[in-house]
Design a protein around this ligand. Structure first.
Ligand code: NAD
Length: 268
């Protein structure tokens, strides 16, 4: 049986009714954490994730909140504490794309992506950090007072024409993650980024739903396969555990080598 390295802890995972967030929630529950499944539109999918976790013997609740709205975020953290008594892990996962060529991009497309992908991480991390500091370190639970995981992307470092709002949000997450890691380390709070490559989820369906699209995508992945949500789930559960106690202020890429400039593999 897989060891339950997050036993006695609870995790709040944003955008956990779908894709990577769902994979992270299931992996953390498998590792023993109680989980809050945040959703914004699809209550049915969130309830299904809760059901799946409970069926496997875990504890979970679903909560509707828009991560870009301060009142929603505060209500979500209040619900987490009311339900589980304390909080140990935040996973800032919620995110979306509103793609457009730069010259055609509307202010609304820009603002929506920045507000959800970047400002959402600010609002959730600030609430989590206040609670972690108030709670302090409980050594019987974890060496850290709290852990914050920031879902970034390979587009934290790889420029992406036609997606400037998304790439700017992920580049922003990198300095956001590092700056708060520096500020919160004395409080024994760890902050770590995850940079997924191409993971098979609804966000990038166009890139894998036909054989032709998938073959084109695979030219960007030296390791030769698309990623699965559990690849990220297992990494997130490990980062949140004390096995990763000395890791803070860095992004770990899980991308099958996408950041290795595969175009240069045959001499460029
Ligand atoms: P997804 O579309 O399956 O999931 C995104 C989740 O975010 C959904 O649950 C959605 O409801 C939620 N969300 C959107 N706006 C929200 C809001 N305002 N408040 C709360 N929740 C909101 O896509 P995914 O691929 O699972 O993406 C999850 C994260 O991983 C995103 O941050 C994305 O940028 C990142 N990511 C994904 C990939 C990939 O290849 N799939 C690669 C790199 C990074």
């Amino acid at each position: 049986m897989e060891s339950q390295k997050l036993m006695g802890q609870s995790a709040l995972i944003t955008g956990a009714d779908s894709g990577i967030g769902k994979g992270v929630a299931i992996a953390m529950a498998r590792a023993g954490a109680k989980v809050l499944i945040n959703y914004v539109h699809n209550q049915e999918s969130a309830d299904e994730v809760v059901h799946e976790i409970k069926e496997a013997g875990g504890e979970a609740i679903a909560f509707k909140a828009d991560v870009s709205i301060e009142d929603d975020v505060q209500a979500m953290f209040a619900k987490h504490i009311e339900t589980f008594g304390s909080i140990n892990i935040l996973v800032n996962n919620a995110g979306l794309q509103k793609d457009a060529k730069f010259l055609d991009m509307t202010l609304d497309e820009w603002n929506t992506v920045i507000n959800i992908n970047l400002t959402g991480q600010f609002l959730c991390s600030r609430e989590a950090a206040k609670l972690f500091i108030k709670q302090g370190v409980k050594n019987e639970v974890s060496n850290a007072a709290g852990k914050i995981i920031c879902m970034s992307s390979v587009h934290e470092v790889i420029p992406w024409a036609g997606h400037v709002n998304y790439a700017a949000s992920k580049g922003g997450i990198n300095m956001f993650m590092k700056s708060i890691a520096q500020e919160l380390a004395p409080h024994k709070i760890r902050v770590v980024g995850i940079g997924p490559g191409a993971i098979q989820t609804p966000i990038n369906k166009d890139a894998w739903e036909t054989r032709e699209a998938l073959n084109k995508l695979l030219t960007l992945i030296p390791y030769g396969r698309i990623g699965q949500t559990d690849d990220i789930g297992k990494l997130a559960a490990w980062i949140a555990s004390d096995d990763a106690d000395y890791i803070t202020g860095t992004t770990i890429f899980a991308d099958g080598g996408m950041t290795l400039y595969p175009g240069f593999a045959d001499n460029g």
